[in-house]
Ligand binder design. Structure first.
Ligand code: BGC
Length: 762
């Protein structure tokens, strides 16, 4: 008793001495943060680990009280300066005045909405994507936000997964490149800049590989597949400087990511040397109980913090359980301090200790209308959107359309402002969306007659309709036209009969490609297919404009349509961008960043699969090869595919030498010619294949690409430099090696139509 009294007295004395120590200069990050940690009480430390969601229904006065008491570290979902300033003021009234940060899901724009991520990837245009990241950050920071939960770099190879729309597709290399560009766009030269926001890469890890494409399901994967295919985009985004990581909701080989010591301690912080904050996904600590790895909340909190979750997102368990766990010694002071250190470190990196109001600004500068149209970056949105559109078919030069005669515009998505934005549309407003109808109307002016008829609802399935509307709390997501389906179709057919050409905008409503919106089929809903059939029967040229957030199996639609344009959910300026392409004011240049399968039964279908012993060879079917016998094999549209109003030819692939020494580089050159009548852009893609290695390697892997603008008739030589690094992979022992032997180099304008040459790595 005596001893512990003495101990207590010493501890108090040392705390008093510390408090008396003058704070180290702000420039010395480590010393500054350590000094702060030493002054913090247990409750204040735990408070820093709590990230809470601010909804309109929240008791704001109570939240401010909690903040002033040091019990909240940051919030998300509150998104304007007038909302966030009172919370920062409360933090400035707290004992240690540790600033709050304010986060939000700024995924593909904040107020100006750009195409969904899968559409951004289809641009293959790193300048355009940089513009998306930068513009989003400028808008978000101007609205007082400090942090975004993006980029989402989960590789998705099962399009049943609704969150396929949120990522950059199936390919490791393309996703890694885009992840880096997005991080740099969000953070600018430093996340501390007043017009930068911190990027939190998600969802670490492997969320895109949930079994069966069913959201939140388990992931079971071999280590080489993880290391070679799924982990590199997270790593690349962190190497680009992302300040933090959001941890995934799924388990990995039986251990939930949120309690996965291997994932966060060994791999992320150990192997990769990551120094930054980790944040759990929404409610994920609590979910450890349902995963069946924690018997109660106390154990869940203990597992999460020990595995390396610094900050808990909208989860009460850290607040409730950590005090007891630390007092009992089950969670050590050092473990707690480490988590606090990372949260404070992130705040430091966001420039908040220097100026807690760096993005909130002064009240006198608050805007009257945060939603004013004048605040949008419409030119940037239109430019990026038109680059994201992928022309899939164009028979008999149906496109571009003439701005003359009569055009019938039909389809449930032709005039759908909410759907234009896609899911996770941040603070975008449907009223700002230019729909396809509006885009076409503006484009034709009085030069052509535009007749509009809805033609069908998005779905005729009441249960699906209710599900989609349940997703949106503020407004109905989809509005049903209550007239019978046949009446709607009749109206559309009448419009078609009067027209020279029919443009039908069909596909998915945005809620169909969303978190928790996994599908068992990839088909366009039956009610819309009935409409297409009726339109086809009119014999008028039929242009299908697709809106969707995942590959669809559109084999039948392809046969009905004369032209097929994939437009994803193309954002605020989508309607103008689509009109630009339909009328030829912009020559389409997008290429698929994900394979389109023929049917759901072919899934998983991705271009860079491993080699096998009995591959299917097109043209030589026969028995005992790897195939499905009831439909053609191979994809409907391969990765990297997309047409233009010009035509391009690739020829004369040459390698500068046929042997590569380690440490050396090898040049591959090819000639690309625009053989069409219009100037246009295309994407020259370089794939490599390791012909014989210690493990089966993919049939090909994208390793580089260049997007080029070529004038009509122009030819250009394109050179790619191949280095030993491009040949490396993780072998069975997880060593990153380039093994000697033959490599095939393939260059083309999609992943299938390629030229090939070989060299040997010595
Ligand atoms: C999602 C995350 C998102 C978070 C915060 C979760 O449901 O999985 O991607 O960042 O909510 O909104």
């Amino acid at each position: 008793m005596k001893l512990s009294m003495l101990g207590l007295a010493m501890a108090l004395a040392s705390q008093a001495a510390l408090a008396a120590t003058p704070a180290p200069p702000l420039q010395d990050k480590q010393a500054f943060i350590e000094h702060l940690i030493q002054q913090m009480t247990l409750d204040e430390k735990i408070g820093q680990l709590r990230l809470i969601s601010i909804g309109p229904e929240m008791p704001h006065a109570k939240i401010r009280e909690e903040i002033a008491a040091g019990r909240i570290g940051g919030t998300f979902n509150s998104r304007t300066a007038p909302e966030n300033r009172p919370m920062q003021d409360a933090a400035m009234r707290s004992r240690l005045k540790i600033p709050m940060f304010f986060a939000y899901d700024v995924i593909h724009g904040n107020r100006t909405i750009f195409p969904i991520s899968l559409g951004l990837a289809a641009t293959w245009d790193m300048d355009a994507i940089a513009k998306v990241g930068r513009t989003s950050a400028i808008e978000a920071a101007a609205d007082s936000l400090d942090m975004t939960f993006a980029p989402m770099v989960d590789i998705a190879r099962d399009p049943r997964w609704g969150r396929t729309s949120e990522g950059f597709g199936e390919d490791t290399y393309l996703t890694s490149r885009i992840g880096q560009v997005m991080v740099k766009g969000f953070q600018g030269s430093s996340p501390a800049n007043p017009d930068s926001i911190m990027a939190i890469v998600k969802h670490f890890a492997l969320y895109g590989a949930v079994e069966g494409g069913r959201d939140y399901n388990t992931v079971d994967m071999s280590l080489p597949k993880m290391y070679n295919d799924y982990l590199p985009p997270y790593r690349a985004s962190l190497d680009a400087g992302a300040g933090g990581v959001m941890v995934a909701l799924n388990s990995i080989n039986g251990v939930p990511a949120t309690s996965n010591t291997w994932l966060m301690n060994d791999l992320l912080r150990g192997e990769w040397g990551f120094k930054g904050v980790t944040i759990s996904d929404h409610g994920a600590i609590q979910e450890l109980i349902r995963h069946g790895v924690a018997k109660d909340g106390r154990e869940a909190a203990k597992l999460a913090i020990k595995a390396g979750i610094d900050m808990s997102m909208n989860d009460s368990l850290y607040g409730e359980e950590l005090p007891g766990l630390v007092k009992s010694g089950e969670v050590t002071q050092a473990e707690l301090d480490q988590a606090v250190r990372e949260v404070l470190g992130a705040k430091y990196e966001m420039g908040l200790f220097k100026d807690p109001y760096v993005r909130i600004g002064k009240a006198e500068n608050d805007l009257k209308d945060y939603y004013a149209d004048a605040r949008l970056h419409r030119d940037a949105a239109r430019d990026v959107a038109r680059r994201s559109l992928v022309l899939l078919e164009n028979r008999k030069e149906t496109l571009p359309l003439k701005k003359a005669g009569t055009i019938a515009l039909v389809g449930p998505l032709a005039d759908a402002p909410i759907d234009m934005m896609g899911s996770w549309a941040a603070d975008g407003r449907p009223a700002h969306s230019v729909t396809v109808r509006e885009g076409l109307r503006r484009a034709v002016g009085d030069k052509a007659k535009l007749i509009y008829a809805k033609g069908s609802n998005v779905t005729g399935d009441k249960a699906m309709f209710d599900y989609l509307n349940f997703l949106n709390f503020d407004a109905p997501e989809i509005v049903d036209d209550l007239r019978p389906a046949a009446v709607l179709i009749d109206e559309a057919v009448k419009a078609a009969k009067q027209a020279d050409v029919v443009v039908a905008v069909v596909g998915e409503s945005r809620g169909m490609s969303h978190e928790s919106s996994s599908r068992t089929t990839l088909e366009i809903p039956a009610i819309q297919r009935d409409l297409i059939k009726a339109l086809k029967a009119t014999g008028k040229p039929l242009v299908l404009v697709l809106m969707n957030g995942r590959p669809l199996s559109i084999g039948w639609e392809r046969e009905q349509a004369d032209a097929l344009l994939e437009t994803w959910f193309s954002g605020t300026e989508g309607g103008n961008a689509i009109a630009d392409v339909l009328f030829g004011d912009y020559n389409p240049s997008g290429k698929l960043a994900i394979t389109f399968p023929r049917s759901v039964g072919q899934i998983p279908m991705y271009y860079n699969h491993l080699r096998i012993g009995r591959p299917f060879t097109p043209g030589k079917p026969g028995n005992y090869t790897s195939q499905y016998f009831e439909e053609p094999n191979g994809p409907l549209y391969p990765f990297g595919y997309g047409l233009s109003y010009s035509s391009f030819e690739v020829s004369g692939l040459q390698l500068a030498k046929n042997q590569l020494k380690r440490g050396d580089t090898l040049q591959a050159t090819v000639t690309v010619k625009n053989t069409g009548k219009r100037d246009g852009e295309t994407v020259v893609q370089l794939y490599l294949q390791d012909v014989s290695a210690s493990m089966s390697r993919p049939v090909k892997e994208l390793k580089n690409f260049q997007k080029l603008l070529l004038k009509a008739g122009e030819s250009r030589t394109v050179t790619f430099s191949i280095s030993e690094d491009d040949l490396k992979f993780y072998n069975g022992q997880l060593q990153r090696v380039a093994e000697p032997g033959q490599f095939n180099v393939q260059v083309g304008l999609d992943s299938e139509a390629v030229q090939q040459q070989s060299f040997e790595l010595l």
